[in-house]
Design a protein around this ligand. Structure first.
Ligand SMILES: [Zn+2]
Length: 184
């Protein structure tokens, strides 16, 4: 009994020490490889929060389908190299890989090369971000700091602060304005 408890505790501590937030890989959601990739610099000063303004999803299967639809739209209709965002947050509380780490996104004109872009699946003029989604987004932002993609004192913006858009939707906008790195 004691040995099992010690082993379980050791496994738990190891897991917490090495694993950040779990990211569902592009391969796992059935995404396509990019047609090209531009390397994003390290120690960036900004992160930009978006919504997709499309369908909300609350299961892995539904979010994967929505991601494939968005990627097809971005690549086939808009002619982009990949899905626009670095990471996406599903209504199932999962973080989904978009362009991922170290890749310049296509999410905020003039800001792509100096920020990472994180987008919530859904339309947050109507949908509301859940506690699990908020936790997931804060988790991937913390990982971005810990791996040196963005600086610890980064500025968090909603897309509407850098472009003429209502993105990321009023409900999500009201949420992110309470986050510690958000700045007016
Ligand atoms: Zn946006």
């Amino acid at each position: 009994m004691v040995n099992k408890a010690i082993i379980a505790l050791a496994v738990l501590l190891c897991a917490q020490a090495v694993v950040g937030v779990a990211v569902v890989s592009k391969a796992a959601w059935g995404g396509r490889n990019p047609t090209s990739k531009t390397t994003l610099g390290n120690y960036l000063n900004y992160a930009v929060i978006h919504h997709t303004a499309g369908n909300y999803c609350s299961t892995r299967a539904a979010c994967a389908q929505e991601l494939r639809n968005i990627q097809n739209y971005h690549m086939n209709s808009l002619g982009w190299a990949d899905i626009g965002y670095n990471f996406l947050i599903g209504g199932d509380g999962a973080v989904y890989e978009g362009r991922g780490w170290n890749a310049v996104g296509a999410h905020a004109t003039n800001w792509n090369s100096k920020s990472i872009g994180i987008s919530f699946l859904g339309n947050y003029n109507n949908n509301k971000p859940t506690a699990a989604m908020i936790s997931a987004a804060k988790g991937i932002l913390a990982d971005a700091v810990s791996r040196g993609q963005i600086v610890s004192g980064y500025t968090l913006y909603g897309h509407r602060q850098v472009s003429a858009t209502e993105c990321p939707g009023t409900n999500l906008w009201n949420e992110i304005r309470t986050w510690s790195n958000w700045k007016a």
